[in-house]
Design a protein around this ligand. Sequence first.
Ligand SMILES: [Fe+2]
Length: 434
Amino acid sequence: MACQYFAPCDHGADSFTIAIPKVTFGRGTLAEVGERAQSLKMSSVALFTDNFLKEGPYIETVTNSLKKAGIDYQVFSDILIEPDDVCVDDAAKFLTSHDFDGVISVGGGSVIDVAKAAMVCAKFPAPVRDYFAPPVGEGKPIPGPLLPHIACPTTAGTGSECTSISVIRIRELNTKFVFASPYMLPDQAVIDPTCCESLTPKAVASTGFDLLSHALECYTARAYTQWDKVKNPNARPLTQGANPWSDLAATQALKIAGEYLIRGVTDASDHEARDQLMWGSALAGMAFGNSGTHLPHALSYGVTHLMHDITTEGYDVKSPFVPHGISVVVTAPATFRYTAEATPERHLEAATFLQADQRGASTADAGEVVANRIIELMRGTNIPNGLSGVGFTENDVTRLAESSIRQGRAIANAPRESNLVDLENIYRDAISYW
Ligand SMILES: [Fe+2]
């Protein structure tokens, strides 16, 4: 199947590039951070975290480890969920106001993404918006290496510790955008699954669907051989489409999501499930960080841009707020119904990894099989019932589509082309599922 999917085509790419950090995974590995920082020649570290984690045990473990290794550190913790460009500016000022020779980030995707973006803006001063692709920004290239960075995730979802991508909200536009550069890839990822033990079921569910969708999107993404050859090999984007590497990591991440997502959400004492989800999140990061996501992530940006007055239960933030994983999964069943028509075998393979019931299904049923399995997992983890579950109605679909159509690269990475009307139809199909 794989070799058929990557069959060469005229003018299509015939090679792909993979980049991942040095990865350490295991219970208790946060205590290794000091020695790992030493190995990267760090002596004065900027430690990024958030105000919730700042006084907690993970930061205590990391700072004790740094002290033991004789490494100085200063903490920056003014990072909220869904961080914006103003936060990045503040973080960049913090970086430039001290003579740091390394960065350590301890937190969820928001913390790690701010660390990456701030390192760019501190080393090559410019507003972060300039680095986003036009028309939002200027597409300013990042010219060279940044400070060494050790990323330590405390949630199982974004996979940001393993990607060269940062997602930042532009406050003026109230919309999130993605920027990426090989220089933004952390040097090391230290993944300690004990960090997942204290997460609420809501947080595990939301981040778990982010991991699931990363894996499902990169497995079903347009094949890298369908993208044009690049003239400059150093300019090959990491959003290069599905490839044999992303297949390998995404397949295992899908199997983990299929087997452990409901268990990890419903039973905080199920260490096996939560450890597996942490590993699945890293794998999915290593996969989509080298292939790109597609429509569910593109459509999630419209959802977070236009969300109404609903704050998802269990989050201590100002209203309105829809967690990233939920903003992605509310449209995912409808999206895969749409994309399966282009590559039904691929979608059925992915459904198999997710443990979908495929009895009697043919390729014509591929979209429905994938959608039904996602819906089953959503219902098993108390995820809102589609867009209506987070406050949208049919009256919103045009504005949602107009917002999301700006995510050009992700939309082009889908296996099936889509225009504004197609996006409206997907949003309409995503209003409710049960
Ligand atoms: Fe995501």
